[in-house]
Design a protein around this ligand. Structure first.
Ligand SMILES: O=C(O)CCC(=O)C(=O)O
Ligand SMILES: [Fe+2]
Length: 288
């Protein structure tokens, strides 16, 4: 199970003009994530960054959401605009083929640096978004407004297909312990996402830690193991935005070449899950 993420980085990290919706979909489904360099025009990113900064001047909340951006921009901007490129919309159509899907949310966040911006959010430990968000398959475009991954906190991901990640997570569609007060934590065995456990399983080199520049983005899902990446040299904080699109089911249409590593068909997991009446929807909470 151990692997070195550096050996696959050339397959999953490319310029926007090197990707097509089909190749991006294939790579995203095979490795659980992909990096698109220069995906967002700089003028558009700067414009959004400005609106997000303005929104943060008017709130003490940890996150700024699409509804806040709408409020702060007199109903003109939601944040979803950043994903209006042929490549990204083409990817969404290809990923969600055969099911309905919709805009889910836009979330801006500011992760604190080691020395500066201490009133911002603490770096996030390793997690799956579906511990906190709905289980239905969700595509996440993670977009930083500044250079990060060297001097400011970036993102770290374990580049595994979503069925492999789901298998590792211990998720069966049934609660494994008494309901947690919040979120869906009872669907996951305790300790599975601890750094030590992840490193023991996949090795210390399993993390993809891309250095990002403005305009670059990471495609991932609610079924990828990831968290903030911050080391002591990262003095200042970082602002970024996540744009999410959600489908109707916990799975997407995988090519036959991606069998579930749990040796249970994906549709089997889905049926079990639906029978249990567990298609939980919950509002996004501010912990994550
Ligand atoms: O921005 C970060 O450091 C964490 C982001 C994250 O967890 C997410 O996009 O789901
Ligand atoms: Fe997350």
């Amino acid at each position: 199970m151990r692997f070195d993420a550096k050996e696959i980085v050339h397959l999953i990290d490319k310029r926007a003009d090197e990707w097509t919706p089909a190749s991006l979909r294939r790579t995203f489904l095979e490795y659980g994530c992909a990096v698109v360099r220069g995906a967002i025009p700089t003028y558009q990113l700067d414009w959004m960054s400005e609106i997000v900064a303005r929104a943060y001047q008017q709130t003490n909340e940890v996150h700024v959401y699409d509804r806040d951006l709408m409020n702060f921009s007199n109903g003109t901007v939601s944040g979803f605009e950043l994903s209006n490129t042929d490549l990204l919309q083409g990817l969404l159509q290809a990923v969600f083929v055969g099911q309905n899907w919709r805009r889910e949310s836009v979330t801006a966040r500011r992760i604190q640096g080691v020395e500066l911006n201490h009133d911002w959010q603490q770096p996030l430990d390793l997690h799956l978004d579906c511990q906190f968000h709905p289980f239905q398959f969700t595509v996440n475009f993670w977009i930083p407004f500044q250079e990060c991954g060297v001097d400011a906190p970036g993102l770290q991901l374990v580049p595994l297909s979503y069925p492999s990640t789901r298998c590792y997570s211990g998720f069966t569609g049934q609660p494994l312990r008494p309901p947690a007060e919040k979120w869906h934590l009872e669907f996951f065995p305790e300790g599975r996402f601890e750094l030590s456990e992840v490193e023991a399983t996949f090795g210390p080199d399993c993390f993809l830690r891309p250095q990002m520049r403005p305009g670059d983005l990471i495609v991932s899902s609610n079924w990828i193991l990831h968290g903030s990446y911050r080391i002591p040299t990262m003095k200042a904080g970082r602002t970024s935005v996540e744009i999410r699109f959600i489908g109707e089911t916990i799975d997407v249409n995988l090519a036959a070449s991606h069998p579930s590593p749990c040796k249970k068909s994906n549709s089997g997991i889905m049926n079990l899950f639906q029978l249990a009446g567990r298609l939980v929807r919950s509002p996004i909470q501010s912990k994550e």
